[in-house]
Design a binder for this molecule. Structure first.
Ligand SMILES: Cc1ncc(COP(=O)(O)O)c(C=O)c1O
Length: 390
């Protein structure tokens, strides 16, 4: 008799997140300071929470259209035009997703077949690889380096393009490095995409978390004729401290969007309506909240970068975006896992080993600085005491 009780290869091959592993280890210490998970330290602004509660009170407890409620799609179209210069039709080019995570899975399922190749940055947000594996495609890493600010530029991508390349994913500002692609970098990527006629996802959840006056441009609006190839994915999670609301969206041309809306039925059918209503409130009325949070993160950014650079073993670039630093830890003379575990043991500060972000993350650790300023200050004090200063 054949054993039919084996689990799918996608499930068996899925790796446990190296970030969550550290999270588990941290439970051994009562006084640990956890700087691993990429989550804003703020509670969602109250008026956004109230909009969600109001939705529940109004009895908005049913399915919505697969593409999301039209009020939210209109708010997204308004935002994309005003802030990103992307002109889209809310009825034809947009879908609401359960965060960018589900948006990415939906886009990959729509664009990529088994054995296709997908180019992503190395080091990368680990979910990209997991999602690419889920459809049986192959991940190709475009290795970025500290020397050029961790930028995944066209000249790194182009040599990796083969007959099998179906999709490129860019992410600026980047998780885990905090690196950003500037307008000129995006122009070169746009030219590459047109030359090779390849789909490209621009994953933009950190677009507003930028510093030193930097403005993040959207690839879709960088040049004419890109709607054929560019799929823009975004999320309210990081910008508005709404990770638990699970609201994101995709903007793509009508041909792609038609298929995505069909597939969405099989994934989640729709995002809960009260959460969509909260997202409408955030998109129209939360600019001041965002400005305040970004100011707070920026203060944390200075504290952590300057602090780490004083401590033996670390060397850290100033990231221009997101809320992560990706310091080089080769000064410890250990692998990234050993260094993260050593730091935890000596200081009870929880960080994520670089290799949790793919093979190209070796030699680094990731620290999220979106938590409270006092916590980061305390973490730095403990590390200074344990490892000494330069
Ligand atoms: C680069 C990147 N893309 C997408 C996401 C997904 O976020 P969410 O699903 O909460 O929108 C994350 C979350 O950490 C991320 O870092």
């Amino acid at each position: 008799m054949i054993d039919r009780t084996y689990l799918s290869l996608a499930a068996q091959n899925a790796m446990q997140s190296g970030v969550r592993r550290m999270f588990e280890l941290a439970k051994n210490y009562d006084d640990s300071i956890n700087l691993t998970l990429g989550e804003p330290g703020f509670v969602t602004p109250e008026h956004i929470i109230n909009a969600g509660i109001e939705g529940l009170r109004q009895g908005k407890t049913k399915y919505t259209p697969n593409a999301g409620i039209s009020e939210l799609r209109k708010a997204i179209a308004y935002k994309l035009e005003k802030e990103n210069g992307i002109i889209c039709d809310p009825e034809k080019n947009l879908i609401v997703t359960a965060g960018a995570t589900q948006g990415l899975m939906l886009a990959i399922a729509t664009l990529v077949d088994k054995d296709d190749e997908v180019i992503i940055q190395g080091p990368n947000w680990p979910d990209y690889k997991g999602q690419i594996d889920t459809v049986g495609a192959k991940t190709v890493y475009a290795k970025v380096s500290e020397e050029n600010g961790f930028k995944m530029t066209a000249d790194i991508i182009e040599p990796l393009i083969t007959e099998k390349t179906k999709l490129i994913i860019i992410n600026s500002p980047s998780n885990p490095t905090g690196g950003v692609l500037e307008e000129e970098d995006l122009r070169e990527i746009a030219a590459l995409v047109k030359k090779h006629k390849i789909f490209i996802i621009s994953d933009e959840p950190y677009e507003k978390l930028v510093y030193d006056g930097f403005v993040q441009k959207s690839l879709a609006a960088i040049d004419e004729g890109l709607e054929e190839y560019v799929i823009t994915i975004n999320s309210l999670s990081k910008t508005y401290a709404m990770t638990g609301f699970r609201v994101g969206y995709i903007c793509a041309n009508e041909r792609i969007m038609r298929e995505m809306i069909k597939l969405q039925e099989f994934f989640i059918a729709s995002v809960p309506e009260p959460m969509q209503m909260a997202a409408v409130e955030a998109l129209y009325h939360a600019d001041e909240d965002v400005a305040e949070m970004v100011k707070y993160y920026d203060r944390n950014r200075h504290l952590i970068v300057d602090g780490l650079n004083e401590i033996n073993g670390f060397s850290c670039l100033y990231p221009k975006g997101a809320f992560y630093v990706f310091p080089n830890i080769t000064g410890f003379g250990m692998s990234s896992v050993e260094a993260a575990e050593y730091i935890l043991e000596k200081t009870h500060v929880v960080t994520a080993p670089g290799n949790a972000f793919g093979p190209d993350g070796e030699g680094f650790i990731r620290i999220c600085y979106a938590s409270r300023y006092e916590q980061i200050a305390e973490a730095l004090e403990r590390m200074k005491k344990a490892f000494g200063t330069k």
